[in-house]
Design a protein around this ligand. Sequence first.
Ligand code: HEC
Length: 108
Amino acid sequence: MKKLSSLLFSATLLTSSSLVFATDAEQLEQGKMLFSSTAKPIACSVCHTLEDAGATGAIGPVLDELKPDADRIRKAMMDGMGAMPSFADSLEESEREAIIEYVVKVTQ
Ligand code: HEC
């Protein structure tokens, strides 16, 4: 009986840690998709180069070189910057966070 409950316990641990992992992977996948094509009003890839996303935009800085941290990306998306529009009203916070997570992950 003791053995069974510890087995059950480790099974639960395994399941919950792989769930967290799946959610993380999903968020990165969502961030990549938004970056490449679905972000409104304009996808980031139109203006930025980011190798992982196959993006070759040349209007804004090359993100692979800039390696912006989360705060810097968040600020640019919230306030807009020069030719870059604000994404404060056109994206959900969770969508912006997915993009941030993705860009940081593939550039740092
Ligand atoms: C219409 C073109 C355009 C789009 C679309 C665009 N950007 Fe930009 N972005 C720019 C330009 C231009 C700059 C540089 C502005 C400046 O230096 O005045 C910039 C700057 C940045 C910076 C640097 C901020 C800093 O502090 O130097 C980051 C990070 C960034 N963009 C991320 C993104 C992300 C993420 C998206 C998509 C959600 C996006 N951009 C969409 C044109 C764009």
